[in-house]
Every structure is written in structure tokens, then in C-alpha cells.
Ligand binder design. Structure first.
Ligand SMILES: Cc1cc2nc3c(=O)[nH]c(=O)nc-3n(C[C@H](O)[C@H](O)[C@H](O)COP(=O)(O)O)c2cc1C
Length: 171
């Protein structure tokens, strides 16, 4: 069902972060009420930092989502039933919002928490406010094999730490 979220506290979350991020993937949604975009991400984490509950997301320089992330103070992370939404998740992870309205094309719709957009079709959503951004570069990567394996194209990730302001879940 759409739009039937209830709010829980982060510590009530039963999901395994390795599974929901690494295996099921998340959709990072950025933008505002006028214009929003979402992209698939399978690298990142959730945890605790600076006395806050946080998410860590890694977004490459080339992503259109990065442009929108930098323009706004918040973003959301949405988690789906992987089997049911595999086609949409793969699409959001290959097409770019620079060229098309991916949210519409995937058949998704948005709600807003203040100005922060999130996807109605998700089963779990984190509403986040940006706490910090740091940019990976050759110097920050200590294991040089990662440079050749992952960053041969110099398209480095930016690490955004977002405070989880709300956890919305469907039961
Ligand atoms: C399974 C999967 C996981 C991905 N994980 C990430 C990620 O963690 N960080 C990232 O920058 N791109 C990741 N991508 C690539 C982006 O989702 C992809 O480049 C997307 O088209 C960017 O869309 P945008 O230009 O609309 O932002 C992933 C793609 C897939 C299919």
C-alpha cells in the first residue's frame, strides 16, 4: 500500500544494514517540491556519529543526484522489496535524471517531509538532513588497489553524512 508509513525510532529498526543496502539497494532521493531525482545506491552505511543517528552515502561526482544533493539541506533514502522492484531499481541505477524524469518513468510518486522528497512506494524511508560532505581523492584512499579497481576513471565519490531525522516504515 502506498503512503501508509508509520514512524519508528531508529533503534527499533529490525533490518540488517548489510542486506538492505548491499543486497536490496536503496534509492537516494534529492531535490525539492519543484524538482527531484533519485538514484540507486548499494554502497553506504548506517550508524552513530556526533551523538546522532546517521546514514553514510557515497555519490560519485558524475551523478546528477549529486548536483541536487548539493543544492538542498536534506535528502531521503528509500528501501524496497528487492524482488518486486528489481526492474525499477536497475533503471534508477542506469539512467540519469539529467536526461529524463526517472521518478515518473519508473512509476513512482513522491511525498514530502518539509521540503525533503521521498518515494511513496518504498517499504522503509530515512528522512535525512545533511551534516557533512567530504570528497574522496587519490590521497584519501590508502589501499591503492581500490584506486585501480574502482577509480580508474577518476570519478571519485563524495561521502555525505546525513542525520536520520525520521524513520518511516510500512508494516
Ligand atoms: C546496484 C547499483 C548500485 C549503485 N550504487 C551506487 C553508489 O553507491 N554510488 C553511486 O554514486 N552510484 C551508484 N550506482 C550508480 C548510479 O545509480 C547511476 O549512475 C545512476 O544512473 C545515477 O543517476 P543520476 O545521474 O540520475 O543521479 C549504483 C547503480 C546500481 C545499479
Amino acid at each position: 500500500m502506498e503512503n501508509e508509513f508509520k514512524e519508528i525510532r531508529p533503534e527499533e529498526l529490525k533490518d540488517n544494514p548489510f542486506k538492505i543496502i548491499g543486497k536490496d539497494w536503496m534509492l537516494i532521493t534529492a531535490g525539492n517540491k519543484t524538482h527531484a531525482n533519485a538514484m540507486t545506491a548499494s554502497w553506504g552505511g548506517i550508524g552513530r556519529l556526533w551523538e546522532k543517528d546517521v546514514v553514510f552515502i557515497f555519490v560519485r561526482q558524475s551523478r546528477y543526484t549529486k548536483t541536487l544533493l548539493d543544492q538542498e539541506s536534506g535528502f531521503s533514502c528509500a528501501f524496497f522489496d528487492h524482488q518486486k522492484y528489481l526492474k525499477e531499481l536497475a533503471y534508477m541505477g542506469s539512467a540519469s535524471g539529467r536526461e529524463e524524469d526517472k521518478i515518473k518513468k519508473a512509476g513512482f510518486s513522491l511525498s514530502f517531509e518539509k521540503e525533503i522528497p521521498y518515494l511513496n512506494q518504498a517499504r522503509l524511508v530515512f528522512i535525512c538532513s545533511k551534516l557533512s560532505k567530504s570528497s574522496l581523492s587519490e590521497e584519501t584512499i590508502l589501499d591503492k588497489k581500490i584506486l585501480t579497481d574502482i577509480y580508474g576513471d577518476n570519478d571519485f565519490h563524495h561521502l555525505y553524512v546525513g542525520e536520520i531525522k525520521k524513520v518511516l516504515i510500512k508494516e
